[in-house]
Ligand binder design. Sequence first.
Ligand code: MG
Ligand code: MG
Length: 259
Amino acid sequence: MIYYKTEAEIDIIKEGADILGRAHGLIAKAIKPGIKTIELDKIAFDFITESGGKPSFKGYNGFPGTLCISVNDQVVHGFPSNYELKEGDIISVDCGVFWKGFHSDSAYTYPVGKVSEEVSSLLKATKQSLYLGIENAIEGNRIGDISFAIQSYVEGFGYGVVRELVGHGVGKKLHEKPEVPNYGKRGNGPKLVSGMVIAIEPMINLGKKSIVQEDDGWTIRTSDRKPSAHFEHTVLIRKEKAEILTTFKYIEEVENSKN
Ligand code: MG
Ligand code: MG
């Protein structure tokens, strides 16, 4: 069943999402060659818990981290580890915050120092596909309209759209109905209604769409070992225009100060 949120519940999700956005900003600041991904996890854990929130992922089906950290050919669900970031890596950081009974969920893929032109284009297109999906997340449309917008845009670049993992409803549970695939047909799937809160999260591969799971039982990587990007916002369906509840503004402040 799909849960529709009241305006009071939306306000709570926005409060949690602000903590989440600030945690992402701290991570953006800390990412540089030489830092271990486990150190990023600690930054996020400390900030979220000191803010009075709870990391949504920690303990979720036994997941060990506050962050899912997926480097280069890892798509999603990587563990924070002693791996030291190096110049030219890309790192997907996915985080959730549980605040006053509700979750928010967002992800961002960062370049570490300078990355190749090819990889930089993948990041740009994946982020853009997220916003194209969001443009279609309005009342009266269907989930397939979001899916189609993402798929048709990124496939135009020859990228692969991961099929096995999808976006989802967000609320009292981290993963609620409906599923939000990043591929599909216009006019297909559940109808979008005001009050639905969904996470839209394109996972886009530079090469082929196929993935494999590592032996740790969690980490997903591309089967051709080419890099993959992942961006995610939690959004609210409204009549004319979706409202983005999570925010990249703290990340973008850091990015702009680096340029
Ligand atoms: Mg996420
Ligand atoms: Mg998600």
